[in-house]
Design a binder for this molecule. Sequence first.
Ligand code: PEP
Ligand code: MG
Length: 586
Amino acid sequence: MFKSSAPLEKIWTGAPVSNGVAHAVVHVLKDQFDEPDQDSIMPDMVAAEMARLHAALDVTRQEIEELQRVMGGESGSAESEIFETHLLILQDSTILKQTEKTVREQCVCVDWAYYKLMCKHMNALRGLDDAYLRERFLDVKDVTQRVMRHLRGELMQHPMFDEPVIVVAHDLTPSDTVQLDRSKVLGFAVETGSTVSHAAIIARSLAIPAVVKLHGICEELHSGDTVLLDGEGGLLILNPTAETLARYRSREEQAERREDVFQLERHAQAQTVCGRPICVGVNAEFVEEAEIVQDCGAEEVGLFRTEFLHMENPNATEDDLAESYSRVVRSLAPKRVVFRTLDLGGDKVDERLALEPEPNPFLGWRGIRLSLGLKPLFKRQLRALLRAGMHGSVGIMFPMVSGVQEVLEAKAILSECADELTAEGVDVPDEIEVGAMIEIPSAALSADLIAAEVDFLSLGTNDLIQYTIAVDRLNDRVAGLYQPTHPAVLRLIGMSVQAARSAGIRIGMCGEMASDLTLTPLMIGLGLNELSVASTQVARVKHAVRRLAVKECEELAALAAKQTSPTEILHLSRAVAERCYPELFE
Ligand code: PEP
Ligand code: MG
C-alpha cells in the first residue's frame, strides 16, 4: 500500500465578520517595514540598482512637496521646516555616495544598502543627549520609511495578483485595503481585527467573506496555499478535502435558495406592518461599488466614506475628485448620495500626512479636526463635492464632530468654496444638504445645538460606542465590553433622535449597529426611520422592517430603557426579532 500524499487539512477558528464562502489560493501580506533581504547582485548591476534608488527618491521628493502644498504651511513655519529637513535628508549627497559604495563593494541590492545606512544614522541620533538632535531621529525614520516603500514599489502600484486570491494578513489597515487590487480579492483572513474594524466593514461592502482573530495564520500560511474561507462559521481551512468541499457546496446551494426569497422584494420601499416607511440605505467606500449599490436595493447611499478614495490617490487634484464623485452621483441618480468629508486619522492613516505618530490617534487629529487644520485639502474636497452636486442629489456630512463650533467653521468654509466657484463661473447647486455625524458623546449631548445648524444627523455608532464606553473598537482584549446595547449608548441615541425631531430635521444611523438584524426592532422603537447598512444586509433589513409594528417596537424601547444590563436589552430585542422574522436567523 502506498501512503496518500494529499496535504493534510487544517482548520483555524476565528470570528466571522462578513458572510460568504471563498475557495482559492492565499496571498500573505508582509509587514511593510521589515528589514529588506540582503540580496546579492552582479557587479554590472550597480548602475541599475542606483537608478532604482534615484527613482524612489524622486517619487518621495514629489510626495513631500505635494504634502507641503496640501498642508499649506507658511514658509518658515514649524511644519514647513519639517518638510525642508525631510527634503535635505533625501537629497544628502553623502548618503547617496555611501550607499553606492556599499552596493558596489559588497555587491548587494540597493534596498539593503540604503536601509542599513539609514539605520546607522537613526541609531546615532537616538543616543544623543541633545533633544533637538534626538528629534531628528524621527525625521530620518520618516524619510527612510517613505523611500523604502517606494523602493519596494508598494505605493507606486497596487500589489498585483495574477489570479483571484484570499488575502491573509496580521493586521489589515484601511490603507493596506485601498492598495489591493480589489477586483481579484475573494476574501480577507486576518489575525487581529473586530466586527467594526474597517477591513471588516469593507469586506461587507464588497460582499466578500472575511474572518478576523485567526491567530497564527501568518506564521503557517504561505502565498500559494489553497484554503477555504467560511465567513459565516468563522473558519479558515487549509487544504480542504473533497468531502469538506462537497459539504460546503451543498450548504451554499441551500443558503442561496433561502437568500433568493429575501432578495425578491429588495427594490421595493420598506414599510412596517403599520405603514411607516423606513428608508434603507447603503454604506460605500469605492467608485466601483456603484453596481453593487444599484443591485442591492438600497434607496440611497447614506454614507460614502471618502477617505478610502483619498488613500487610493492622495495626490488627486480637485478635477480628479470632482470626476470620481460625479461618476458615483451620475451612476446612482436619482438616489441621494451622502458623502462624508475625509475622516482621516484614527486607524485611517495617510502616512504622507501624519507628521509624527500620535500617542492616542483615536483621540487625536482625526476627521473634521484634521480637515479644519488642513484648509487647502478640505477646500479641494468641498469644491469637488459642490461640483459633483450638479449631477444629482448630494449631501455633505462632517465626521467626528465634537461640538457645534466645528460645524459652523466647516459650513463657513463650504460657503467660501461655493462663492469662489460661482465667482470663477463654475456651476454649483443652489442648495446642498449639510449634515453632521453623531459619533462622539459630546456631539450627542449637544445634538440640539448641532441640529439647529444642519439639515440632517447621522449616528455613527461604531465610534459612538467606543467613545461612550471608553473601549477601543479594534482591541481584542476589551472586545467583550464593546456593547451596542449599553444603556448609556441607547440614551445617547435616544437624545439625538429627540433633538433631530424637535429641530424638524432627519436623523439616520450609519454605524454597523444599523445592519444588526437583532437590533432592528430596538432601532425603530427608538424612533429611527433611516438605516444605512452594508450592501449585503439591505434586502434582509427591508425584510425585517416589513414584519415589525412600530407600536411593539416602541414598547420594546420603553422596556429596554428600564433595564440595567446590556445583555438583557439585547435578549429583549432579539426575542422580538426572532418572533417576527425567524427565517432570517436560520
Ligand atoms: C461610525 O463610526 O459608526 C462610522 C460610520 O464611521 P467609521 O466606521 O468610518 O468610523
Ligand atoms: Mg466613525
